[in-house]
Write a protein that binds this ligand. Sequence first.
Ligand SMILES: CC(C)(COP(=O)(O)OP(=O)(O)OC[C@H]1O[C@@H](n2cnc3c(N)ncnc32)[C@H](O)[C@@H]1OP(=O)(O)O)[C@@H](O)C(=O)NCCC(=O)NCCS
Length: 211
Amino acid sequence: MTDIFIFGASGFARETADVAISNGYTPVFVIRDEGGSDDLSDFGGVIAEPELSRQSGADCAIGIADVSIRRRIVDTFGPAFQFPALIHPLASFGHRQREVAEASEGTIICAGARFESRITLGRFGVFNLNSTICHDSIVDDFCHIAPGANLSGYVHLHEGVWVGTGAAINQGSPEAHRQIGRNTMIGSGAVVVQDCDADSVYVGVPARKRA
Ligand SMILES: CC(C)(COP(=O)(O)OP(=O)(O)OC[C@H]1O[C@@H](n2cnc3c(N)ncnc32)[C@H](O)[C@@H]1OP(=O)(O)O)[C@@H](O)C(=O)NCCC(=O)NCCS
């Protein structure tokens, strides 16, 4: 089995490792300081971040949810390493969507995620357990769709959007996608019925911008 170097050492790193194992990899966790990680001996090895330079060209994945940390890792390690899309075998795809997902650098798709048709994906997305992405939606770079969140058709998530656990985003239309602005966070359980501004937090049913 080929090693894959997974940044992070917490719960999401282990979820990422689970997807990597299902793709035939042996996970090796990459931590920033040697003191701070969980016991990961049941999953694979652990190395400190500076040691990674010896593995130039190797496959990597980002097992950290925080969008700003994800961006830092890509800026620092993107030029010298590979970040293949990791797709759990229990994810499912509509017509030609698997090819779209496979071409999406650094994207992690967990068990139960479902992609319908004519979806456009950026790079380094996270599609967590049982999330659903309906037809004609656009998901830009570094978005995170938490477990059980649902995007209806014609939704456009701009870069760095986080959609919380169990949230729903109502559909846009062929003329006007439902727009969720850059770096906005949709709280768990929210139901979004209008476009959302950038750099904001929306919560509730219907979702309202938090002051
Ligand atoms: C919306 C969210 C980002 C707010 O986080 P925060 O800024 O730390 O907010 P706090 O926990 O300090 O709560 C602030 C207020 O918002 C309310 N609130 C927090 N999350 C809420 C939610 N999802 N829906 C409705 N209200 C919420 C709190 O009750 C609190 O209200 P109060 O001021 O009347 O007491 C966060 O609660 C959330 O939903 N994150 C997504 C979690 C998730 O999906 N995790 C997935 C892991 S894979």
